[in-house]
Design a protein around this ligand. Structure first.
Ligand code: XIL
Length: 304
């Protein structure tokens, strides 16, 4: 079996990749997705600007393409992402009153998470995942300034998770961020927020660490996963893995970090081939420009 099958044999739930409609038109890419990856994350098609560029008018075509492909091929889906300051239409940023913005968040989440509710029951007992909020922290662990935090303070987190729970009661609901690559101030700020929010109810199920790493940047991965799991969530995951230079050593270190932390349910690579990567100049992925496995792929397989 491929990468996903070998990872599952070690007790994990998935090794996935991002994808989207354009990438599903590339036969070589699709062949690797089918053979080696068990989960897909829409790279761009479920972001706010792609889905609701105009208030109340939803465009689901590309997101549906990804979801339908995943369901037909037995792949899990990580919905990405409901509330994010980036790839956010200007009309949202211009809503500056609490009641208005609360209603905008609730309507967006109910339409989007509601549409894909229960999509995977036919093919898996592992429920759909949503990245409910994405990249809401500064590096020092305080809340990033955005329309959401500027207007609503920290309460937007609870508003968003409550809306997602109401829209899809069985999805795993995640908070996701980058530079959570060691037990640093950002990790500690995130863990503290998760504990505060979950003290008020059943909101956040999981924490995602993106892990867009630099070369030799994997050494803190296990400590980061352990610290994130200490927030008391059901699970943690590596959600957007890519590593500058893709050394075998870095990839094996990340793989072993997830294996060593029981709460770590899976790893998602941020793409299949270097040629399609958002960091293509860094050749950060497991497959080369011809969709052939790189040395790092073989090293990960050997480590499993
Ligand atoms: C990136 C996509 O890969 C690019 O195609 C797009 O131009 C910008 O966004 N953190 C995230 C992802 O949560 O959604 C981002 O994806 C990478 C950083």
């Amino acid at each position: 079996g491929g990468l996903d099958a070998k990872f599952k044999a070690k007790g994990k739930k998935f090794w996935g990749s991002c994808a989207d409609a354009g990438l599903l038109n590339k036969a070589a890419n699709v062949a690797v997705l089918k053979s080696d990856f068990g989960q897909v994350t829409p790279e761009n098609s479920m972001k706010w600007d792609a889905l609701e560029g105009t208030r109340g008018s939803f465009t689901f075509g590309n997101a549906d393409t990804l979801v339908n492909w995943a369901v037909s091929n037995g792949k899990l889906i990580r919905g990405h992402t409901l509330v994010w300051h980036s790839q956010l239409p200007g009309w949202v940023t211009s809503v500056r009153d609490k009641a208005g913005l609360t209603s905008v968040i609730q309507s967006h989440i109910s339409n989007v998470a509601g549409r894909y509710k229960g999509k995977l029951y036919a093919v898996s007992d592992f429920f759909q995942i949503w990245d409910v909020v994405n990249e809401i922290f500064n590096e020092n662990g305080t809340l990033r300034s955005s329309v959401f935090s500027d207007v609503l303070g920290e309460s937007f987190v609870q508003i968003a998770f409550a809306a997602a729970r109401a829209a899809d009661g069985t999805a795993k609901l995640y908070i996701n961020d980058y530079n959570l690559d060691s037990n640093n101030a950002k990790v500690q700020g995130l863990v503290a927020l998760v504990k505060r929010v979950n003290a008020g109810g059943n909101y956040i199920d999981g924490i995602g660490t993106q892990m867009h790493l630099e070369a030799n940047g994997a050494g803190g991965a296990q400590a980061a996963l352990t610290a994130l799991a200490s927030a008391g969530v059901q699970e943690v995951a590596i959600t957007e893995l890519d590593i500058k230079g893709a050394s075998s050593n870095d990839y094996v270190t990340v793989t072993k970090a997830c294996l060593a932390v029981p709460a770590c349910v899976g790893i998602t690579s941020w793409g299949v081939s270097d040629v399609d990567s958002w960091r293509s100049g860094n050749t950060p992925l497991l497959f080369d420009g011809n969709y052939k496995p790189k040395a790092a792929y073989n090293a990960v397989i050997s480590a499993l």
